[in-house]
Design a protein around this ligand. Structure first.
Ligand code: ZN
Length: 183
């Protein structure tokens, strides 16, 4: 019964799984439930506020997030399966980072408020209305399900500036698209 959650390898910039359009989840199997436990465990172990399935090499429309965790230190993970935005409005800019793009932080323009529907870990349909960091995390993680990375969304000039760093990250991954050599 008490299965121990596993730490999953994070796939790094350059790995093609991060560029694929992830597939919808059709039903909540035990395998997927276990995967969600591992994904959640990995997010906390790696100090993330969100982690999407493609980032651990699984091309399914699932992500977990806990935007308040770093502030409150109280874990309250949200699981979003097959998420769909229902509404988005306003503009905001926030300096983002990504576990798949280590060491790079850039300002990204996003909607300030979003409304999203998704299935949770009990396959119940939930609607979340979000602003502030929660809204940004939802947009960042949902982008991963469509093969979009935050570095795609920064101004052209910034893209040029970080191009070399991105190349370095790309060349430091192993054949599985995971481990950074000089960690
Ligand atoms: Zn990310």
């Amino acid at each position: 019964m008490n299965r121990k959650a596993k730490l999953l390898d994070i796939h790094i910039y350059g790995d093609k799984v991060l560029r694929e359009k992830a597939k919808p989840v059709e039903s909540l199997t035990q395998e997927i439930k276990d995967f969600i436990d591992d994904l959640t465990y990995t997010m906390y172990e790696r100090d993330g506020v969100g982690l999407a399935a493609p980032q651990v090499g699984v091309s399914l429309r699932i992500f977990v997030c806990d935007p308040e965790w770093s502030k409150t230190e109280k874990k309250n993970p949200l699981v979003l399966i097959n998420p769909k935005f229902m509404d988005m409005e306003g503009d905001t800019t926030y300096e983002e980072g990504c576990l798949s793009i280590p060491g790079i932080y850039e300002k990204v323009k996003r909607y300030s408020k979003v409304k999203i529907s998704a299935y949770n870990e009990n396959w119940e349909e939930k609607i979340y209305e979000a602003d502030d960091l929660f809204s940004i995390v939802l947009q960042h993680e949902n982008d991963h399900l469509d093969g979009i990375l935050f570095t795609d969304k920064i101004p052209q000039l910034r893209k040029l500036i970080i191009k070399k760093q991105l190349k370095l990250i790309e060349s430091s991954t192993d054949e599985n698209g995971t481990n950074i050599k000089n960690d």
